[in-house]
Design a protein around this ligand. Structure first.
Ligand code: SAM
Length: 249
């Protein structure tokens, strides 16, 4: 059988693709891409000519079976997404799962990923962290998820969209209080790469004061909870305490 290669592509700066990634993209029989038009541009920039087929969240289940057949017939396939590492808030989970169950070799190349890029420059603790992906879009569900994370002691990492950043920072302010450390990494590896750092209140202030800070791609990070302070109390109790303390003089 052939090999399924998981190939990271740049998250902005085109120089961030590896030599090995280029070699794999050139030598496989076909490249499965989230958006073939978008990836076609990257391949032509790299001077790589190869066949592309679409594998996105809406057709992944159907397409995976056909791809497994091709792999079993001896073809090798590269999986790429629009940016960064496939499967990290991107398609590929179904295909890789099916390959594993069918005994097909899966080889992942290391490369660009917004999580590690943002975290390594954040100044927040990196020894233990928790990637939460995108928060739910609906305010109530978003708040519920944040409340569940209130006592998490690991650094929290979220992907966030520019339309929701202000609402999310407001929700963080409400749930975590204004003192929690916060870093917003924006447009990483690109021309307007920015890190806003401070407390949740300070980052919220910077983002609301300048609408440019509400643009582009962003990774939001939050310091973990202080371990000792919260060990005995359940999240609900802490939340009640917080509400009560706001009412006290
Ligand atoms: N697979 C990608 C990766 O490895 O990071 C992530 C794909 S996810 C659909 C897209 C989200 O990743 C964006 O909404 C943003 O939160 C984050 N992201 C991607 N590129 C970024 C960049 N250059 N700067 C900041 N965040 C980025």
């Amino acid at each position: 059988p052939g090999i399924l290669y998981i190939v990271p592509t740049p998250i902005g700066n085109l120089g961030d693709i590896s030599e090995r990634a280029c070699a794999v993209l050139a030598e496989v029989q076909v490249i499965a891409a989230e958006d073939t038009r978008h990836s076609g541009k990257l391949l032509s920039h790299l001077g790589i000519k190869n066949d592309l087929l679409a594998l996105h969240e809406h057709n992944e289940r159907d397409r995976s079976e056909a791809l497994i057949k091709r792999l079993q017939a001896g073809e090798s396939i590269a999986l790429i997404s629009d940016a960064g590492t496939p499967l990290i808030s991107d398609p590929g989970y179904v295909l890789v799962g099916q390959c594993r169950r069918a005994g097909i070799k899966v080889v992942a190349l290391p490369g660009a990923c917004a999580i590690t890029t943002a975290l390594s420059a954040s100044g927040l603790a990196t020894d233990r962290f928790c990637f939460e992906g995108f928060l739910p879009a609906k305010p109530q569900q978003r708040r519920k998820r944040l409340q569940e994370l209130l006592t998490e002691t690991r650094t929290l990492v979220f992907y966030e969209s520019p339309h929701r950043i202000v609402h999310t920072l407001e929700a963080l302010h409400e749930v975590f209080g204004e003192q929690r450390g916060c870093v917003l990494g924006r447009e990483l590896t690109k021309q307007f790469e920015t890190y806003l750092t401070g407390t949740v209140a300070e980052v919220l202030q910077q983002v609301t004061a300048d609408s440019n800070q509400q643009r582009g791609e962003m990774v939001l990070m939050l310091a973990g909870a202080e371990p000792a302070a919260h060990t005995e109390l359940p999240t609900e109790a802490l939340h009640c305490l917080k509400l009560l303390s706001q009412e006290l003089p």
